[in-house]
Design a protein around this ligand. Structure first.
Ligand code: GUN
Length: 290
């Protein structure tokens, strides 16, 4: 069994991004800039946003951090997004989700200019992806595909089972995998699927993105399958310094006994999500400079 090390792949890709960022700066005088908006203090969101900001700086980009209290009015957020849309120094806008209760996240996300929507969450980018037009690809699905390729698996003609139909991961991933460039056959399983194991047992690759630990166990896999675990769940652990530890959606030990390759949590998909965000921010800045 091979561990698919997301940190190694992310480091390789980030070195390439940093090189291109430096070239853009020296040739065009443009420093890619990502505006990161965090509303409230959800601990998981704080740690994701901090990691995104740090990654920007390490790649030679600017990070514009905007942290607001949980009771910020929705109209104020929409106005903030509008001002970031108009700010020429900003290449990418990221509003960390979920937003606090009472705020209509769709209204805030939809206010982001598609040209700066480096998460690929706006209806325009989602629609363009669906019909195969140029767009910002959503970061986690794009990262999952990079990881599968990195594992050595050639996706064309393979059967990939995706578990979970979220707008952020499952649904866009199913679309990306089935594009001609990738050419995989996709089954999308979800809470309405009667017998998920009947599908995973015939899958060459299983991607699990449900937000529930234990969704996938080794007995549900075909011998030699590749497993990509998108889940990041905090489970109480009094022996851990922070009082919790991170667990994926797959039961790692039983899956690792059957799979040919599997991503760890942490250190699997997470570093790739951030890397693809940097990739999109660089792309946006490059478009502006040309
Ligand atoms: N919340 C969980 N994942 C993501 C992501 O990729 N982008 C944003 N903005 N929020 C998230």
């Amino acid at each position: 069994m091979k561990l698919i090390d997301g940190k190694v792949l992310a480091a390789n890709l980030r070195a390439e991004i940093a090189e291109k960022t430096a070239a853009l700066k020296s040739q065009k005088g443009v420093v890619p800039t990502l505006a990161v908006v965090l509303v409230g203090e959800d601990p998981a969101s704080v740690s994701y946003v901090t990691a995104k900001e740090r990654a920007c700086i390490e790649a030679g980009m600017n990070s514009k951090e905007i942290r607001l209290p949980a009771d910020t009015p929705e109209d104020e957020l929409v106005d903030l997004v509008s001002s970031l849309n108009a700010d020429e120094s900003v290449d990418g806008i990221l509003v960390q989700l979920p937003l606090p209760k009472g705020i209509n996240a769709k209204r805030v996300v939809d206010a982001i200019s598609p040209a700066k929507d480096v998460d690929g969450f706006t209806p325009e980018n989602a629609g363009r992806m669906l019909i195969g037009e140029e767009c910002f690809l959503p970061c986690t699905p794009h990262g999952v595909i990079k990881l599968i390729e990195f594992s050595g698996m050639e996706l064309s003609g393979k059967h990939v089972v995706v578990i979970g139909r979220s707008n952020i991961v499952g649904k866009p991933l199913a679309v990306l995998l089935s594009r001609k460039e990738t050419n995989a056959t996709v089954t999308l399983c979800h809470t309405g699927t009667k017998d998920i194991a009947a599908f995973t047992r015939i899958a060459d690759v299983v991607v699990v993105a449900t937000g529930c630990p234990g969704t996938l166990t080794g007995d549900m896999l075909k011998e030699g399958a590749v497993v990509i675990d998108v889940g990041v769940n905090r489970v109480a652990d009094p022996t851990a310094a922070k009082g919790y530890r991170l667990k994926g959606d797959a039961d790692f030990d039983s899956c690792a006994r059957v799979a040919s390759a599997i991503t760890p949590v942490p250190g699997g998909v997470g570093p790739l999500t951030i890397t693809m965000l940097l990739w999109n921010t660089l792309e946006s800045a490059t478009r502006k400079a040309t």
